[in-house]
Design a protein around this ligand. Structure first.
Ligand SMILES: *[C@@H]1O[C@H](CO)[C@@H](O)[C@H](O)[C@H]1NC(C)=O
Ligand SMILES: *[C@@H]1O[C@H](CO)[C@@H](O)[C@H](O)[C@H]1NC(C)=O
Ligand SMILES: *[C@@H]1O[C@H](CO)[C@@H](O)[C@H](O)[C@H]1NC(C)=O
Ligand SMILES: *[C@@H]1O[C@H](CO)[C@@H](O)[C@H](O)[C@H]1NC(C)=O
Length: 393
C-alpha cells in the first residue's frame, strides 16, 4: 500500500482528501474530462489518419491483453485517477457515436497522441488542444443538455467535475527540437509561449463551466525512449514544468472559484530514476483496480476499535447503535463505536473489499455467502477471557 500512497502524493500533491475518501461504489466527483497527448489518449487516434496509433499489440498487454488505443501496456495516468475517483474510464470522444455521446455523463477523453498545445505540433492527423476544447464545447452545448433537464444542472455538473490535462511533450519533441519555427526562442521564452497558450485554453474551459483542474506538462523527454538521458534536452524542457505552478496560481487568483493542481512528472521521474524500488515501480501501475480487490477477504478480530455491530446482538451496555455514533456514516448508527468508519473499514476500502459484516449480524443460514471477510470484534472485550464489563451470553 505504501507505494500507492507515494505515487499519489507525488503525482497529485495536494488532492489527498480526495483519495482518503475513496469508495468504489460511489464516485467522488460526477465526471472527469481528459485532454492531452499520448500520455492519456484512450483511443481517439484509432479514428484518425495517423501512424501514431496505440491499437496494436503489445500495447495493452497488461490491459487484459487488449490494445485499446492507449499508448501503454496497461492503464494511463488518467485511468488510474478515474479508478481512484470511483469513475469508469473515460471513453475516447471519437470512439463514441455522435448519437450516443449525450449518454456519457461520467467524463470523456479528448486526448490525442502526437498532438500538443500548439496547433502546428503534430505528425499526421491528431486533435490539437484547440480541437479538443472545441469538441468539449460541443459536449457542453449539444450533449449534456440532452441529459440534464435544466441549465443549472449542467453548470453544477461541470463545476464539480475534474479536468485533467497532460500535454506539452510533443511541442518539444515534434516541434521545438525538430523544426525551425521556434528556434529564435530561448527555452524560457518557449516555455512562456506554451504556458500562455495553455492558460488561454484553461480559461476557455473555465468559461464553459470548469473549476477543478489537474495539469501536467512535459516530462523528461531527454530520457525517452532510450535508457540514456540526454540532459541537454532535459534542461531545455525543464522551464515548462518549473514555471507551471506559478502560472496556475495566477490563474486561480484570476478565475474566481477555480482550483488548480499541478502535477510534475519531470520531478517525479527524477525521483523514480534515483530510487525505483522505493516507488515499487514494477507493481503499482498494474495493481490498482477498484473492481478487483487486492486480496480475497479480510477477517477482523478485536474490541470496540473495530467492532462493526456484534455487540448489537449481545446483552451489554456497550453498544454503538445509538446516535450520535455513526453521525458521519450516513448518520446511521450501525454499532460501530465511532462517528464514521473504523480503522478496519478504512483498510477494507483501500483493499477494494466491502466492509466486513458483524458475525452476529448475519443469519446463520446466510453466513456461507459472505466470502469477502467477517468481523468478529466485540466492544468491551479483550485478550483475556475475564476482561469484560457486563456478562455476555
Ligand atoms: C495477447 O494478444 C496477442 C495479439 O493479439 C496474442 O498474440 C497473444 O497470444 C495474446 N497473449 C495472451 C497471453 O493471451
Ligand atoms: C489554431 O487553430 C484554431 C482553430 O482550430 C484557431 O482558432 C487558432 O487561431 C489557431 N491558433 C494558431 C496559433 O494558429
Ligand atoms: C441524524 O439522526 C438523528 C437520530 O436518528 C436525528 O435526530 C438527526 O436529525 C439526524 N440528522 C440528520 C442531519 O439527518
Ligand atoms: C477462555 O475461554 C475458553 C473457552 O471459551 C477456554 O477454552 C480457555 O481456556 C479460557 N482461557 C482462560 C485463560 O480462562
Amino acid at each position: 500500500m505504501s507505494s500507492f500512497k507515494v505515487f499519489w502524493v507525488a503525482f497529485l500533491m495536494s488532492y489527498r482528501v480526495f483519495f482518503t475518501r475513496v469508495d468504489c461504489k460511489k464516485s467522488l466527483v460526477p465526471a472527469m474530462y481528459v485532454f492531452g497527448d499520448s500520455s492519456v489518449d484512450s483511443g481517439n487516434n484509432n479514428n484518425l489518419n495517423t501512424m501514431a496509433k496505440g491499437n496494436i499489440y503489445p500495447y495493452g498487454i497488461d490491459f487484459n491483453n487488449k490494445s485499446t488505443g492507449r499508448f501503454t501496456n496497461g492503464k494511463t495516468f488518467a485511468d488510474l485517477i478515474a479508478v481512484k475517483l470511483g469513475l469508469p474510464l473515460s471513453p475516447p470522444y471519437l470512439g463514441v457515436s455522435e448519437y450516443e455521446r449525450y449518454k456519457v455523463v461520467t467524463g470523456i477523453n479528448y486526448a490525442s497522441g502526437a498532438c500538443g498545445i500548439l496547433n502546428d505540433t503534430r505528425v499526421g492527423d491528431c486533435l490539437s488542444l484547440d480541437m479538443q476544447v472545441k469538441y468539449f464545447t460541443s459536449t457542453v452545448t449539444n450533449d449534456l443538455p440532452q441529459h440534464f433537464q435544466r441549465k443549472d444542472e449542467v453548470q453544477n455538473h461541470l463545476s464539480k467535475s475534474i479536468y485533467l490535462l497532460s500535454i506539452g511533450s510533443n511541442d518539444y519533441a515534434l516541434n521545438y527540437f525538430s523544426s525551425t519555427t521556434y528556434q529564435n526562442k530561448t527555452p524560457i521564452e518557449f516555455a512562456d509561449f506554451l504556458l500562455e497558450k495553455l492558460g488561454s485554453k484553461l480559461k476557455e474551459l473555465y468559461d464553459l463551466g470548469a473549476r477543478k483542474y489537474v495539469v501536467a506538462v512535459a516530462g523528461q523527454l531527454g530520457c525517452s525512449p532510450s535508457k540514456f538521458c540526454e540532459e541537454v534536452k532535459n534542461e531545455k524542457i525543464k522551464p515548462l514544468s518549473d514555471k507551471l505552478p506559478k502560472k496556475l496560481q495566477d490563474l486561480q487568483a484570476q478565475l474566481s472559484g477555480s482550483s488548480f493542481i499541478s502535477s510534475n512528472p519531470f520531478n517525479f521521474f527524477n525521483e523514480i530514476k534515483n530510487a525505483p524500488e522505493k516507488y515499487g515501480y514494477r507493481v503499482f501501475f498494474t495493481r490498482v483496480d477498484c473492481k478487483k480487490s487486492l486480496v480475497p477477504a479480510m477477517y477482523v478480530f478485536g474490541d470496540s476499535s473495530v467492532d462493526s455491530g456484534n455487540n448489537n446482538n449481545l446483552n451489554t451496555m456497550a453498544k454503538g447503535n445509538i446516535y450520535p455514533y455513526g453521525i458521519d456514516f450516513n448518520n446511521k448508527s450501525t454499532g460501530r463505536f465511532t462517528n464514521g468508519k473504523t480503522f478496519a473499514d478504512l483498510i477494507a476500502v483501500k483493499l477494494g473489499l466491502p466492509l466486513s459484516p458483524p458475525y452476529l449480524g448475519v443469519s446463520e443460514y446466510e453466513r456461507y455467502k459472505v466470502v469477502t471477510g467477517i468481523n468478529y470484534a466485540s466492544g468491551a472485550c479483550g485478550i483475556l477471557n475475564d476482561t469484560r464489563v457486563v456478562r455476555r451470553n
